[in-house]
Structure formats: C-alpha cells, structure tokens
Design a protein around this ligand. Sequence first.
Ligand code: COI
Length: 365
Amino acid sequence: MDTLQQTEIAVQRTDKPVSEQDRKAILANPGFGKYLTDHMVTIRYTQDKGWHDARVSPLQDLGLSPGTMVLHYAGEIFEGMKAYRLPDGGVTLFRPGANASRFNASAERLAMAQIPEDLFVNAVRALVHADQDWVPSQEGASLYLRPFMIGTEMAIGTHPSNSFLFSVIASPVASYFKGDAAGVSLWVSENYTRAAPGGTGAAKCGGNYAGALAAQAEAAREGCEQVVFLDAVERRWVEELAGMNIFFVFEDGSLQTPPLSGTILPGITRNSLISLANDMGLTVREERYGIDQWKADAASGRLVEVFACGTAAAVAPIGKVKGKGFDLTVRGGEPGPVTARLKKALTDIQFGRAPDPRHWLDRVV
Ligand code: COI
C-alpha cells in the first residue's frame, strides 16, 4: 500500500542508485551512520519567499560559500528519527510530529526560521518513501533520519541568518552501542558541563554536541563509553549523557529521571518511556538526582538499574559508572528486568509488534 500524501515536494529520483548488491551488503551490516541513502530532501527559506524549492533529489554535496554563517557561528539544529520495517513489509515513522515541534523549539532558541510542522513531516515521509528499500529488516536495525537546518546567509557579522537550508538525509543503522546488551559504561565529568541555565541545553543544536566532545574524549581516556554531565551551577545534579537522557530504577520498582529544567534535551524516547512505565503501573518521578545520592543508593542497594535512552540508542542499560575516586558497577554489569521490559514495550510498538493505542506510528509505506 502506498500511503504517501500529495505534497508540494518535487521528487527527482537518482539515475545512479547504489546497486542492489551493494545496498544489500550495507543493510546486512550497517554499523551506525556510516552510509547515506540514494536521496536527500532540501527546502530553502528566504525572507522574501518563505519556504520554497522543496525537493527530493539525488544525494549530493552542498555548495556553500566559505563565508556562510553556519561555518562561523554554528547556526545549526537537527533532529534524530527512525523509520522502522513493519512485520507486513511496510515502513513506519514514530511520533514525527513530536520531532517537528521540538525542531521548531530549537529553531526559536537559535533565532532561526520556523518550518511548518506538516512540511517537516511531509519532507521526512517523502525521503522515506523514495528510499524505502534502504529500511533494514533485521532485528533492531532501522533507517536513521537526520533532518537539519543551517543558516546560509553569506555574512561575517553576527546576526540571525536571513536565509536557511532545511535538509533531510538518511542512514541505515544497527545498534548504536557495541556493548549494548551488556551495559554501557559512564564517566562522570567534573571538568566539563554540557549546559547552563539560560543556555542552549534544551535545544537540539550541533553546538551542544561539539561542546561535549572533549568530555567524551575524557570519558574514553578513563575507559568509559559515554560521559554523564552534572549541572553547571551546583555541580551535583545528574543531567544527561552527551546525546541521551538517563533513568534510575529503585528497588521499590519506581523510576526517576532528571526534570526538563531547561538544561536537558526533552527526549521523545524519554517522554514515551514515562508513558509506557505509567501504563505498567510504575511510578516515574521527574526529579533531580544528585551524584552523592547515586553513590549512596548504589552502595545500599536501593538503586537497582540505570539506563540511558534516545532515538539512536533506544534503551541502553548502564553497567558501570566511574568518576574521580569512585567506580560503581550496576547489577554486576548485567541489564535489569525493568530496563528490558521498557525496551521491549517501546521497540515492540516501533516495529509494529504490539498495539499502538496512542497512535504514535505514522505509516509511510
Ligand atoms: C539521537 O538519539 O537520535 C541523537 O540525536 C543522538 C546522537 C548522539 C546520535
């Protein structure tokens, strides 16, 4: 069934697609974010024309003047989404409207143009439709979608750009973490913070990720896979990883996750898991959790599971937490039952294996 709605997006298919043989080889072992599909979406914005020239076209490089604003002042925002292969061979998106609305919240924070939410969603749908053969079928794999927007005005002065390029690219992906099932290790950074009150922490902008890389490198030097940040004011409240939210599970079966205080990303996976946990009768507190409490709860046994979540990684159990002067193992490094149950509940909906009572799926094919 072809359910692509009529949109104003022109479609020009490539006459040089990746060969079926090469595509199948890539899909069998995609890794994460290493390959792009045959097509891309581009839509231009100028103050006089508004959004215009919307098209799906063959994947190509962007021609940019070296004076383009994004190259100097980092006017860039993005989203992370996935297209999932359904049991009947169809393809679906998951809560694309939530990504569209978060994208516009990021745009507002970065003084960039707002894009109509239906244009955002239709653009993503059009790319998935064009590249539907790139959606993997094997367990846990999907087509990662990366909508992004850059300021394209050629100007060396700092002011909001007067022109923008919105684009969507796609990449077949498998698991984000190599040691996913066994548990990810975290380094608690004392040297770096990710976001301060009034800053851009709640926006999905490239600058936040660039600023996290030195901390991520520090984590790697300490033998850990990911960094976990503390708040910038008191340097004690757990915030998030470099690109994922975090949840704690306690022995009474309740969960806790840092509140959306303006310095952490309002994760769509985070939000979905809170709903699913509530459906299971589990209490979820959106409350601050201090690093000292984390250490004490790990020592007393009150804290029984920790997991990270995001679109790319879905739900990833945390096996080890290390910081200056401490080294904790969560559950002997084994993933816990609440983490596993929530991961299954979420991914069963995403892959069409379970009912979707909240109408989170948006079928494309
Ligand atoms: C996502 O989870 O989609 C993100 O954008 C995080 C990124 C580090 C891959």
